[in-house]
Every structure is written in structure tokens, then in C-alpha cells.
Design a protein around this ligand. Structure first.
Ligand SMILES: [Zn+2]
Length: 109
């Protein structure tokens, strides 16, 4: 399962950066175009965090909307799928947001 390996690496990164301290809270940014299910991440996170310093940490997931820049006119538009068409008619879009999956913040203590 895709989400399980993602959750596992999130837990590993947090545990490594915590340097043995207890992790209280983790905030994850998940792009809406990343094809990752936040609820599946939440479930897998708890499974992966078990018996690590991350166990019991609150997981916050911030879903980031997809955004693309039109290479024809330079406009920025919101996209719900990884392709689309600008108001100017161009389909030459460059995705600038929405595919990311990263740890935004972590609280230890
Ligand atoms: Zn355009």
C-alpha cells in the first residue's frame, strides 16, 4: 500500500529529527493532486508510529490545493486534476503546487 510506505518514512524522518525526544505533533502538507488519501495516511501513521518516539503524536494534515501557471499568458489558476486549460485557451500549464507531500512542522517535548 502506497500510503503505508509514505507514513513509514514520515515516522522515520520525525523520529530521526527528534533525537530521542518524544514527538507531540506532526503537521503534514498533502497536495490534492498527489493521489494520497489523507485518511489512509492517518491510519497508517498510527500503525507505523507504534513503539517509536512518534507514538501518540497528533497528526495534522493540511491539504494543499492544486495550482498551475499558464506558460502562455502567465496566469495562475487552481486545478483539481493534473491538467487543464487556462482562461486564455492554452493547455500549456506548469504545475506549481498540489503534488507535494512534506512535513511542515513537528513539535517535540
Ligand atoms: Zn493563459
Amino acid at each position: 500500500m502506497h500510503e503505508l510506505s509514505i507514513a513509514n518514512s514520515v515516522v522515520e524522518i520525525c523520529a530521526e529529527q527528534a533525537h530521542g525526544a518524544r514527538v507531540r505533533r506532526v503537521t503534514l502538507e498533502i497536495g490534492q493532486l498527489s493521489a494520497v488519501m489523507p485518511e489512509a495516511i492517518r491510519f497508517c501513521f498510527d500503525v507505523c508510529a507504534k513503539d517509536t518516539v512518534v507514538e501518540g503524536a497528533a497528526l495534522e494534515i493540511v491539504e494543499m490545493p492544486g495550482q498551475a501557471r499558464c506558460l502562455a499568458c502567465g496566469a495562475t489558476l487552481d486545478v483539481a486534476v493534473p491538467f487543464g486549460q487556462c482562461a486564455c485557451g492554452s493547455e500549456n500549464l506548469e504545475l506549481i503546487s498540489g503534488q507535494q507531500l512534506k512535513i511542515r512542522q513537528m513539535e517535540v517535548g
